[in-house]
Design a protein around this ligand. Structure first.
Ligand SMILES: Nc1ncnc2c1ncn2[C@@H]1O[C@H](COP(=O)(O)OP(=O)(O)OP(=O)(O)O)[C@@H](O)[C@H]1O
Ligand SMILES: [Mg+2]
Length: 255
């Protein structure tokens, strides 16, 4: 506690294992995510990144190992309950209501998190409206608030998905390839926005990403997965200079 550099542990994953009909997708994975830090999980296609996220968020049950969120064992707990404990996520494939407007997508998320005793026409409605407006403002979606979400660019849809995840007011947010399918410009803008929001809200981020420029620009810590195992964990510099990581993933001259 006396060391200002030392961050509290937000999430701890210990010896996680998951097989699919004999194929080991997650093999004895252990790592920690520190509070208020940005942590990336990287690795080639099929390394097990999405599976790991599914194990952490309760979408998959591990064969072995545990997941501890802020000191509480959450292994085997249902996703919506984990969500209620302060963990939100976005999926590799965009997960929004494509036929609703941007505004309605985000308001629906606030209502979903609003709990019981909902009075749609009274105080609650006003409260959700204010929260929705302020989220739309924060995500720079004001100009497209009345646009049908499914008709927007992929980058903008991802922004809406981020708003939906943030509506739960999480303390930790997991993002599975947040910039997949985005143009260079969209990638740049959305990462700058994400970084800003994380800092403003004191949000802990855990994300997977194939764009190494993004990974190395915003991460405090990087874990490298290869064939279901963690082969390195460390600061961006440590990972960049790790022999095995260079051999199996980063390649000789790219970084
Ligand atoms: N439900 C499942 N049933 C069977 N095999 C699965 C299942 N989910 C994942 N796998 C396998 O587990 C391995 C890891 O998959 P996963 O989707 O976690 O990789 P990833 O690192 O997220 O890859 P990508 O970078 O392509 O998103 C792959 O070989 C995949 O085919
Ligand atoms: Mg994946």
């Amino acid at each position: 506690m006396s060391d200002p550099q030392k961050h509290e542990t937000m999430l701890e994953v210990t010896n996680l294992k998951k097989s699919f009909s004999g194929f080991v997708a997650t093999n004895d994975v252990s790592f920690t995510v520190e509070k208020d830090r940005t942590t990336a999980v990287i690795g080639p296609n099929g390394a097990g990144k999405s599976t790991l996220f599914n194990l952490i968020t309760g979408h998959l049950l591990p064969d072995h190992g545990k997941v501890v969120l802020e000191g509480r064992d959450i292994t085997g707990i249902a996703p919506h309950k984990i969500c209620g404990m302060g963990m939100a996520r976005s999926f590799q494939r965009t997960n929004i209501f494509p036929k609703l407007t941007v505004y309605d997508n985000i308001q629906a998320a606030f209502i979903a998190h609003g709990g019981r005793g909902l009075d749609m026409w009274g105080v609650a409605n006003r409260q959700f409206r204010d929260k929705t407006e302020s989220m739309i403002e924060q995500l720079a979606l004001r100009d497209v608030a009345r646009t049908i979400a499914g008709e927007m660019s992929h980058g903008a849809q991802k922004q809406v998905e981020l708003g939906i995840a943030l509506a739960g007011e999480p303390r930790i947010l997991l993002l599975d390839e947040p910039t997949a399918g985005m143009s260079a410009q969209e990638t740049h803008e959305s990462i700058a926005l994400l970084d800003r929001i994380a800092k403003a809200r004191g949000l802990t981020l855990l994300f997977t990403e194939h764009d190494m420029e993004v990974v190395f620009s915003i991460s405090h810590k990087i874990a490298v997965l290869h064939q279901g195992r963690i082969i390195a964990t460390g600061t961006p510099d440590e990972v960049r200079n790790n022999e095995e990581v260079r051999r199996v993933y980063l390649g000789g001259d790219k970084h």
